[in-house]
Design a protein around this ligand. Structure first.
Ligand code: ATP
Length: 242
């Protein structure tokens, strides 16, 4: 179904005690395709066969759920930096979880909570990244999208890319667990899709407009509204350009 779901199911067996989970922090799941890939709030993630990267990683953070604030942004920074090393010049990040090339969506990050273990918390970190999407499989994507093959003359093999991402990600997660989001603030801002732009913030049936002024040290979005900086954090917020 989905790489996140696969890891969540394996971990749930450990929690219910029927069978202790044999997963170790740092184990990853990769798939050739997903029949039920998902984005935030259960939205469908189009995941055709042998075309893209579908990757999830099981990780334990020592500072509990509070310590996970900003995590999806850290994952975005890692992906953006890896792609830059491969020669992608126009990588952008859209708060809180989307990866773009220019103004087209390339990938998304989905962090899901497994549970609390004493002071620590267990998470599954999922990534879908378009590498070489067959045109005919993309017709249901209802927003501008792209893949690496549209940008790079020589697309790296998926396995190589997965290794580069996992190595960079596990290093970044160790830093994040120790120091929080602070070391990533300026790195995230270098890729900010909406920096200085006027945006709409959708929060359920509420909506506000403002100018994007980056992120704070917790990874909250900073919006300038009538000259005042307001910080927004939370899972139910979506950003749209005006
Ligand atoms: P938000 O700003 O709330 O995150 P979003 O539209 O980016 O909104 P996500 O949950 O991040 O929502 O991603 C799911 C959406 O991404 C889908 O509704 C679809 O529009 C788009 N999508 C689905 N599959 C792909 C794909 N393979 N590549 C690019 N975009 C996709």
């Amino acid at each position: 179904d989905s790489t996140n779901q696969y890891l969540l199911d394996r971990l749930a067996r450990g929690v219910t005690g029927e069978k202790a989970s044999d997963l170790l922090c740092g184990q990853a799941c990769l798939a050739e395709m997903q029949t039920a890939g998902r984005g935030r709030r259960g939205r469908h993630w189009i995941s055709p066969y042998a075309a893209n990267l579908y990757l999830s990683l099981y990780w334990r953070l020592s500072r509990g759920i509070q310590g996970a604030m900003g995590l999806s942004l850290v994952v975005g920074v890692v992906i953006a930096e890896v792609l830059k090393e491969y020669g992608v010049t126009d990588v952008r990040l859209k708060w809180p979880n989307d990866i773009y090339i220019g103004d087209r969506k390339l990938g998304g990050v989905l962090v899901e909570l497994v549970g609390q273990v004493d002071d620590a918390c267990d998470l599954v970190i999922g990534l879908g990244l378009n590498i070489s999407m067959p045109q005919e499989k993309s017709t249901t994507i209802d927003q501008p999208w792209t893949d690496l093959s549209q940008t790079l003359d020589c697309v790296p093999p998926r396995n190589e890319l997965a290794v580069a991402i996992l190595l960079a990600l596990t290093a970044a997660l160790t830093t994040f667990d120790r120091n929080g989001f602070r070391p990533f603030v300026s790195r995230w801002r270098t890729f900010d899709l909406f920096d200085g732009k006027v945006v709409k913030l959708l929060m359920g049936n509420r909506q506000v407009t403002g100018i994007c002024r980056g992120v704070d040290e917790q990874g909250a979005l900073v919006l300038e509204q009538e000259g005042v900086l307001v910080n927004y954090m939370g899972g139910e917020i979506s950003l749209r350009s005006v």
